[in-house]
Write a protein of this length. Structure first.
Length: 229
């Protein structure tokens, strides 16, 4: 088999790892050298499977492969097998993407390879844990994550804010806005059914710190500081 034809199954392996929902979110968290190695490995697997399919077709339908080979405008040994491996990679990728949920695959990749920040965002997204985001402006937002950031594609996260405030010069948290009360008032005052869109977008590079937020714990610390002051 001509060595230059091996580029097709290798491209097919890269296509699977970079486009298939089962693999792409994990690969986006790895370095480029690891992606190249994994693409070669995936391409070899695809090529071996294609060779196996070719062998079975040759045994069951011995006249089919020569017939297809004669259809090509140029003749080169194993060109049909190499092209088939690339086509199989595309068909496999789109078949998996149709049958799988993108968000669930993103969540699974974070569970396996995500950093501490991504794991906290995931816990808020899946378990509705309140998170406290402190920005570089000392502004603080407390809310639930409703969309996980996709590696290499976005630098933003979307949350539903429950509270907001700021940190004082002594780094004490002061809550100034209770969004839940505002939502409740809007819903009660409206005679018609309304669709609230309270989403707030935060840039990841503006975040200084992220932590879990517990209202009871916050009130106890606040009462304690007031009594000691």
């Amino acid at each position: 088999m001509p060595w230059n034809l091996l580029i097709l199954p290798l491209i097919g392996g890269y296509f699977i790892l970079s486009r298939c929902n089962l693999f792409k979110y994990k690969q986006q968290r790895l370095d480029k050298q690891r992606l190249v190695f994994d693409s070669i490995l995936a391409g070899i697997i695809v090529f071996i499977l294609t060779m196996l399919i070719r062998y079975l077709v040759d045994v069951c339908f011995p006249e089919l492969i020569p017939f297809i080979y004669n259809l090509f405008p140029f003749h080169m040994p194993f060109i049909g097998t190499a092209l088939s491996s690339f086509v199989i990679s595309i068909i496999f990728t789109f078949s998996i993407n149709i049958s799988t949920d993108e968000k669930s695959q993103l969540a699974k990749s974070i569970e396996k390879t995500g950093d501490e920040l991504e794991l906290m965002l995931l816990s808020s997204f899946t378990e509705a844990n309140l998170l406290q985001f402190t920005l570089d402006t000392s502004k603080v937002y407390i809310g639930w994550v409703i969309e996980l950031p996709i590696p290499l594609n976005t630098n933003y996260i979307r949350i539903i804010p429950a509270f907001s405030g700021f940190r004082t010069d002594r780094r004490k948290l002061e809550i100034t806005t209770h969004y839940l009360n505002v939502y409740d008032e809007i819903i009660k005052s409206s005679e018609e059914e309304i669709n609230l869109n309270p989403d707030l977008i935060i840039k990841l590079d503006r975040i200084v710190s992220v932590s879990y937020f517990d209202t009871d714990l916050y009130e106890r610390f606040n009462n304690l500081s007031e009594s000691s002051g």
